[in-house]
Design a protein around this ligand. Structure first.
Ligand code: URP
Ligand code: ZN
Ligand code: ZN
Length: 469
């Protein structure tokens, strides 16, 4: 965000960046961080606004690498605009979102990207985009190069959702090849569609495919088998690959083994797979939890979460999809027709902070690495986003690590009427959110709703630097 209202000093807090933490003051001029200094060691500009961060953590604004805004899939479109999604993001401590330009049937990827990119200006914070390729043709290579020239270097692909967005192996291989030449990266949803369709058919014959069957119809094997295949394709092309929403430790371990033998392969996990488990499908309104991959058993969730500590998970996203209960319930008896995905852009940071930093001792620097720095690195946005280094955009979150609160959909800002975390008691939340040097949120109030969002151009992605993390 440009020209964030002159000078600002955030003083007296504990600054946490991905590589260090300590008491420090942050000085901001015209929307950019200009220095980080020992507390009170530099006389502030007399004109500067001072924010007292005593007792608070001072974090780089979160970067959500996986956020669907106004996303159409099948007969459903998720309900938020850029203004609504970014407002909710800010209330949750996220100041950059990365959305997807998924082409509608017959639409060119570049047209989908241009259409979605035009919406960035409605945002309250900055955003970037993943393009998407479904089918390869004679124009695709040139289109990918044009997209990269325009700063869109990540391309979402799917090995599932036949007839919608599923791409075949040839298309995936060719897309990886071209992106490898332009500093880009395939970001891929891996679930073997044939295994899923077979499991769905069997469930249908044996007793039905209502939401309580969600986990059975998308087995872990579907995810791991697809990850193994896609790793082999990336290895054959000598390119990087980023796996979205990995939900099983087995899938994460395949990627970690590939990284250990030199591949630039990365794992994203998303908050709901790290916090919720498949018992949700046996309770009331199981369709509230229908997402792909599905929620996994408690032991799987525990083992997945352990990988946050080992460095084997690179990023944490939300996979935010803002459907409401009416949409989720429309086909409650058939998981093949339900809208998949959960609202989560606002709850991503609080649930991970509470469950992992407070309850399990995840280091604060690692929290920042997973939720801000690495999402920015894997998307060619670092260190402008995801860091508090001089030169970075002044997107800063003052976080109260001791605030206790209970999640209720009615108190959240997402354009839906439910949250999968309803009634969950959490510790820690953002108190002040600064975007481009302007204070936009303070103590639960939105102070400025002017749309100043910019579409961020991704730089060529520095794969070796991410691999060293
Ligand atoms: O269930 C999900 N994840 N829905 C959103 C689309 C996708 O697969 O990311
Ligand atoms: Zn997906
Ligand atoms: Zn998604």
């Amino acid at each position: 965000m440009n020209g964030g209202g002159g000078s600002l000093v955030v003083s007296g807090g504990t600054v946490v960046d991905s590589a260090w933490q300590g008491a420090a003051d942050i000085h901001v001029v015209d929307g950019t961080i200009v220095s980080v200094t020992a507390p009170k060691s530099v006389e502030p500009d007399p004109e500067a606004a001072i924010i007292d961060a005593t007792g608070l953590l001072v974090l780089p604004g979160g970067v959500d690498p996986h956020c669907h805004v106004g996303f159409t899939s099948g007969e459903f479109t998720s309900l938020d605009s850029y203004a609504e999604c970014t407002k909710a993001a800010l209330f949750g401590g996220t100041t950059t979102i990365i959305d997807f330009a998924i082409p509608r049937p017959g639409q060119r990827p570049i047209d989908a990207a241009r259409g979605q990119r035009a919406k960035a200006a409605q945002g309250l914070c900055d955003s970037a985009l993943h393009a998407c390729v479904v089918e390869w043709d004679d124009s695709t290579a040139d289109e990918l190069r044009s997209l990269a020239d325009d700063g869109i270097r990540t391309v979402k692909m799917f090995t599932t959702y036949r007839g919608e967005t599923m791409a075949n192996e040839d298309t995936i291989l060719k897309t990886m090849h071209v992106l490898g030449q332009v500093g880009g990266l395939v970001v891929i949803h891996c679930e073997s569609n044939h295994i899923i369709e077979d499991a769905q058919e069997r469930a249908d014959a044996e007793g039905g495919v209502a939401a309580d069957q969600m986990a059975v119809t998308r087995p872990e094997l579907a995810e791991t088998s697809s990850v193994a295949e896609i790793l082999a394709i990336a290895e054959s092309q000598g390119t990087g690959v980023y796996f979205v929403h990995q939900s099983t430790p087995a899938a994460v371990e395949l990627v970690a083994a590939a990284r250990a033998r030199g591949m630039a392969a990365f794992t994203e996990s998303v908050a709901h797979h790290l916090v919720l488990d498949d018992s949700c499908y046996q309770g009331a309104d199981p369709e509230r939890f229908v997402c792909c991959p599905p929620l996994r058993p408690q032991n799987t969730v525990r083992a997945l979460g352990a990988h946050l500590f080992t460095g084997e998970i690179t990023t944490i996203g939300s996979d935010h999809c803002c459907y409401d209960l009416t949409q989720k319930r429309a086909h409650r008896h058939d998981v093949r027709q339900m809208p998949n995905g959960l609202p989560g852009v606002e709850t991503r940071l609080p649930v991970i902070f509470s469950r992992y930093v407070i309850e399990q001792g995840l280091p604060l620097t690692r929290f920042v690495e997973l939720t801000a720095a690495n999402p920015a690195r894997t998307n060619g946005l670092y260190p402008r986003k995801g860091s508090l280094m001089p030169g970075a955009d002044a997107d800063i979150v003052l976080w109260d690590p001791a605030a206790q609160w209970t999640v209720h959909a009615a108190d959240l800002h997402m354009a839906t009427d439910y949250t999968p975390y309803e009634g969950m008691a959490l510790t820690g939340r953002p108190m002040v959110v600064v975007v481009g040097g302007r204070v936009l949120v303070r103590d639960g109030e939105l102070l400025d709703s002017a749309p100043r969002g910019r579409h961020l151009r991704a730089q060529p992605i520095d794969l070796p630097s991410i691999r060293r993390q």
